[in-house]
Design a binder for this molecule. Structure first.
Ligand SMILES: [Zn+2]
Length: 583
């Protein structure tokens, strides 16, 4: 199969690079068709708590590249490593503090949070992520590291690492910040921030080192989980290469034993050896990592040397991806101690929109995901892009990002059949408080030429907008239509304002659609100024329009602002508009 490079966007460029690297590793095989080995890209997630929306980039980046490779007809596997055999490090905010007793156990050996339907901690937090990934159309092969380690899948790799522990130790020593002989800080080496934070968070227990350097009887890259207490506060105190007999003692419960590592499946390689071992084991060609993994001495840099020097394999192409922030939700969720997850984002936005946010930005560009009013502008931009793509006027890179957002090599993602503007839907459900019959009545009047006949046409976008209004918009920003006319305000109006209201009320019947009412509300001040309804607004006219709009908002919803007026008028309904405007 011919390799096509479209070079339109960052995804294409990485796909080119990954295919070229796979070809270099297996010359002539990757692009030749049926017998080709799969190109492997990888992500890793630790289900140590709710998986933050920011971590979605760890999966989206290889997903988009894998998807582009598949679109070119080349088989590609995206493996997602669930780092569920990692130790339970700390109890997240909002969880019963008594879970502290499980610190040091594998995540799959910690009980799930109270009330969970899942058998353990890792499964509980994995499940929510898996659901979101399915909705996002992300195909991957999930690999449980608990299953791998406890089944002995890595036995040869573990014994190999133990045999080569001196070489591993030498690589790690190039980056160690403390001199092994003296225990004093080495000079001229900056401690990477992630490690410093890790140590500050955990103290200096034997288990705090992720390179296994804290052992007393020399260096060992393997750490057993104690068979008595199931925690990793263990110290390897002896190893015999010939028999593979390993002796450890547990700092937590004082248990000590000697096991044959050739049969023992109750421990794991330390992280800085575990990661490169898996690159070699899976033949990973592409695996990005967060900025915190890319500093000197970090696991990606050290791993590159270990994979070559110890495992005789190659480091994947590993771009560093920048931080993804959230706007709007942090304040609202912090009271509950929660963090926004991809599932939270998918409750307020459709999957293609969320995919688009990642597809259109290069991995090294940071961006924010909007939970606040910004989401309405974002949706406007998305709809504009869809229109440009439809009429063929989108720029190539924009069109590529759009195509990656709305579907994958496997097909199109579900979409809303009638994608009405998100801000209109949000305004309507704001006013109707989610009352279906009323919502349908209003939506059917938006465009009388082509009326909405069923709410299902507008779903799931309608449901996302409704969820956004009810969960993300503070009560004081919600719209409440007046129950009774503001008699005092109506009685105080001057001749000019009364005239404007009269013109509006007289025009309602002939303009009862979104477009019609838009013409009407902007036209009333023009007519009053003796201009034609099509006249270009002058600065004076804009002042008059603003004053008129503020009057309407006050009479309808008792505030100076609100949803766009044409939408608001349709939502309130002609009869009630007449009552509230004194008609
Ligand atoms: Zn123990």
């Amino acid at each position: 199969m011919a390799q096509q490079s479209t070079e339109t966007d960052w995804v294409s460029r990485f796909a080119d690079e990954v295919i070229a690297e796979a070809e270099r590793r297996a010359p002539g095989k990757v692009t030749s068709g049926a017998s080709a080995p799969e190109v492997v890209v990888a992500s890793g997630l630790s289900p140590s708590g709710p998986i933050h929306l920011g971590n979605l980039r760890e999966v989206m980046t290889p997903h988009l590249v894998a998807d582009e490779i598949r679109r070119r007809g080349i088989p590609c596997t995206h493996i997602l490593s669930w780092d569920d055999y990692d130790r339970f490090r700390k109890v997240p905010a909002g969880i019963d503090p008594s879970w502290e007793e499980h610190i040091g156990k594998p995540l799959t050996a910690v009980p799930a949070p109270p009330g969970s339907a899942y058998p353990n901690w890792a499964e509980h937090f994995k499940a929510a992520m898996e659901e979101a990934l399915a909705e996002l159309g992300i195909e991957y092969r999930g690999i449980s590291q608990t299953a791998q380690y406890t089944s002995g899948a890595y036995r040869e790799q573990i014994l190999h690492a133990m045999r080569h522990r001196k070489e591993i130790d030498a690589v790690l020593d190039r980056y160690r910040t403390k001199d092994k002989a003296t225990g004093k800080p080495k000079k001229q080496q900056q401690k990477p921030v992630d490690e410093a934070e890790l140590e500050a968070a955990e103290g200096s227990g034997a288990a705090s080192e992720d390179d296994g350097s804290a052992g007393g009887a020399g260096y060992f890259p393997y750490k057993p989980y104690c068979t008595a207490c199931n925690k990793d506060f263990t110290k390897v105190i002896g190893y015999d290469d010939a028999t593979t007999e390993l002796t450890y003692e547990c700092v937590a419960c004082a248990h000590s034993e000697t096991v044959a590592l050739s049969e023992f499946d109750h421990g794991k390689l330390v992280w800085k050896v575990d990661w490169p071992m898996r690159w070699a084991y899976e033949g990973v060609v592409f695996e990005p990592s967060g900025v915190d993994h890319s500093s000197p001495g970090s696991s990606f840099v050290v791993g590159g040397q270990i994979v070559r020097e110890v495992f005789g394999a190659e480091q994947p192409i590993g771009p560093m991806y920048a931080f993804v922030g959230i706007s709007g939700m942090a304040k609202m969720s912090s009271s509950k101690g929660g963090v926004p997850t991809p599932g939270d984002a998918l409750k307020i936005m459709e999957a293609p929109l969320l995919r688009w946010l990642y597809a259109r930005r290069k991995p090294n560009q940071s961006f924010k995901i909007a939970f606040d009013q910004e989401i309405q502008r974002l949706y406007d931009e998305w709809d504009k892009l869809a229109a440009k793509v439809a009429d063929g006027t989108a720029q190539p890179a924009d069109a590529a990002a759009y195509a990656r957002a709305v579907g994958t090599a496997a097909g199109e993602l579900p979409r809303t059949p009638r994608p009405l503007p998100y801000r209109t839907l949000a305004s309507v459900v704001d006013i109707t408080a989610g009352h279906d019959e009323q919502t349908l009545r209003i939506l059917s009047e938006l465009d009388p030429e082509k009326p909405v006949t069923s709410l299902d046409e507008t779903r799931p976008r309608l449901d996302k907008a409704e969820h956004w209004i009810t969960t993300q918009v503070p009560a004081d920003q919600r719209t409440v239509v007046r129950a009774e006319p503001d008699a005092e305000l109506l009685a105080s109006l001057d001749e000019q304002s009364r005239g404007a209201l009269r013109l509006l009320l007289d025009g309602l019947d002939d303009h009862w659609s979104l477009d019609g009412l838009t013409t009407l509300v902007y036209g009333v001040p023009k007519i009053q100024a003796g201009l034609s309804p099509e006249a270009k607004p002058t600065p004076e006219l804009k002042v008059a329009q603003r004053a008129f709009f503020a009057l309407l908002y006050n009479l309808l919803v008792g505030r100076d602002t609100g949803p766009r007026l044409p939408t608001l008028l349709l939502a309130v309904g002609a009869d009630r508009v007449r009552t509230l405007l004194g008609g």
